[in-house]
Design a protein around this ligand. Structure first.
Ligand code: AMP
Length: 522
């Protein structure tokens, strides 16, 4: 009999002691053991089947972060369904696009938006609609549905015994929609093998064991918090301190009892602003990992000075899971994303011709391996455009490989600025700006310019209390960079716009400043 590829692996790696905590330090009075993971995911699998979810059906989920939401993910995998998490910030209009595109058998929404989302589900002809919130103990007269939503109530009432639906490695386990900064979001189809193989590699590469206690403060609608963090801890048999979101006070409070943290760069820059962050606070920690957006070399350096730990930066995407990582034992080189992970093939090519480039030359990263997705949901044209004939996926990230084999990402291909015919890589200019005194962070973008095609433009946020000026920054950059790379304008702002994963929203900046050079002479 064939098994369930991903969940069989999770079962096989379960700690021998069923009482081992998977989630620890819960403030709601519960303990959440590995045995509970099996039971509650089994209950959710039964609840899904009773709601009419069949193998291969999509289960769309837009719910607040909770342990039950993780159990729903596992329940969906066990039921042979395709888990489809949605960003909690999406509006009704956006959700209706995803429901129309994915045609799920079930949509699970936040009870706080139950009425509005129920209507969206009905308008999109989704056969079943449920709600799920953050579970808390019911009080006098309340039911589970009052606290945790209708699906939590059904899940808790269902049997924990479930016979996992057979799924082969090529079957879909999840669809994650890309953040859609260029055009409409596309659904990346992730197979059981994509998720299982990447998690196995990460456990080994980052040395996760049953002794690990991971600080989990990421959202769980994105690959980072859902798959990288959760699947890795599950396969290691470790524990998580599961926080509702980025709460710096709370991270500081729990750090002495944790061993590891996965975060986006914002976690690190925010923590660095706190006096409590020092070697003593991080004494029990063995590993800090960063990804999803570039970590500046300054942040890397400051973190090492303050805590004695070199942050391990890695690089991945919704479509590919994790592709590269800095080494665990060797040098973790600031400003780089390390080397290809075991089993991942990575090459740098000329975006126009597809020719391989020599080390040191900037081109597009292409990757191939069991971690790479199967294609975009119901979008064979887009899938064909983004894969080479030999199976490599064109990531759209520009990078070069240095003499020691470390990959340096210099920006997204679409963010490349071409000014007066010269290529300007935003990351290079941003690194120079970030190194200036008083700078917290920066973003370099290209804006329409009649003379140059695009004008290099910087948007810079100062550190608290620092005074920055456009002239001061431009003067400093003129000493460090070729003239064509020096921003023609520098805007000083309090904060850069970021999305939930800490990525700077360059699209929003391009829109805000689009008329900057509209008066320039042709
Ligand atoms: P997402 O699909 O939302 O996870 O976004 C993936 C994109 O985030 C990649 O294609 C990169 O552009 C960017 N990214 C992820 N990790 C890093 C990193 N460590 N450094 C620079 N960019 C990164």
């Amino acid at each position: 009999m064939s098994g369930n590829h991903l969940f069989d692996l999770i079962r096989a790696r379960m700690p021998a002691e069923p009482d081992k905590a998977m989630f620890c330090e819960l403030t709601d009075g519960r303990t959440y053991r590995y045995q509970d993971v099996l039971d509650v995911s089994g209950r959710f699998a039964n609840a899904l089947v009773s709601l009419g979810v069949k193998p291969g059906d999509r289960v769309a989920v837009q719910v607040p972060k909770s342990i039950e939401a993780v159990m729903l993910y596992l329940g969906a995998v066990r039921a042979g369904a395709v888990f489809l998490p949605l960003n909690t910030a999406y509006t009704e209009h956006e959700v209706s696009y995803f429901l129309g595109d994915a045609e799920p058998a079930l949509f699970v929404a936040d009870p706080a938006r139950g009425d509005a989302m129920g209507k969206v589900a009905a308008d999109c002809n989704v056969p079943a609609f449920e709600t799920m919130g953050v579970w808390r103990k019911p009080q006098g007269g309340e039911s589970d549905a009052d606290t945790g939503g209708t699906l939590a109530a059904k899940g808790l009432a269902a049997s924990p015994d479930f016979s996992d639906v057979a799924r082969a490695k090529d079957d879909l386990a999840a669809i994650l929609y890309t953040s859609g900064t260029t055009g409409r979001s596309k659904g990346a189809m992730l197979t059981h093998e994509c998720l299982a193989s990447n998690a196995e590699v990460l456990v080994d590469f980052w040395r996760f064991t049953a002794d690990d206690v991971l600080i989990h403060a990421l959202p769980i609608f994105h690959t980072h918090g859902l798959f990288v963090a959760t699947n890795t801890i599950l396969l290691a048999g470790g524990s998580m301190i599961f926080l509702p979101g980025l709460d710096v006070d709370k991270i500081i409070e729990v750090m002495p009892r944790a061993t590891s943290m996965m975060g986006v760069p914002t976690f690190y820059t925010r923590l660095l602003q706190r006096r409590e962050l020092n070697r003593e606070l991080a004494r029990n920690m063995r590993l800090f990992i960063s990804g999803s957006a570039p970590l500046s070399a300054e942040t890397h350096k400051e973190w090492s000075e303050r805590t004695g730990h070199a942050i391990l930066e890695r690089y991945g995407m919704t479509e590919t899971n994790m592709n590269t990582s800095n080494p665990y034992d060797g040098e973790r080189r600031a400003g780089t994303v390390g080397m290809a992970l075991p089993g991942v093939k990575l090459r740098i090519v000329d975006p126009e011709t597809g020719d391989y480039l020599a080390d040191g030359e900037v081109g597009v990263i292409e990757v191939k391996g069991p971690n790479v997705f199967k294609g975009y949901w119901r979008n064979p044209e887009k899938t064909a455009e983004e894969f080479r004939a030999d199976g490599f996926f064109i990531t759209g990230d520009l990078a070069f490989i240095d003499a020691d084999g470390y990959v340096h990402i210099v920006g997204r291909a679409k963010d490349l600025v071409i000014s007066g015919g010269f290529n300007v890589y935003p990351a290079e200019v941003e690194a120079e700006i970030d190194a200036l005194p008083g700078v917290a962070e920066s973003a370099v973008i290209g804006l329409p310019h009649a003379d140059f095609g695009e004008g290099v433009t910087a948007v810079v946020a100062p550190r608290a209390g620092a005074e920055l000026s456009e002239a001061g920054i431009r003067d400093a950059l003129e000493k460090a960079l070729a003239k064509y790379k020096v921003p023609k304008r520098v805007f000083i702002v309090e904060q850069l716009p970021r999305n939930a994963m800490g990525k700077i929203q360059k699209n929003a900046l391009r829109e805000t400043y689009k008329d900057t050079y509209s008066g320039s002479a042709a």
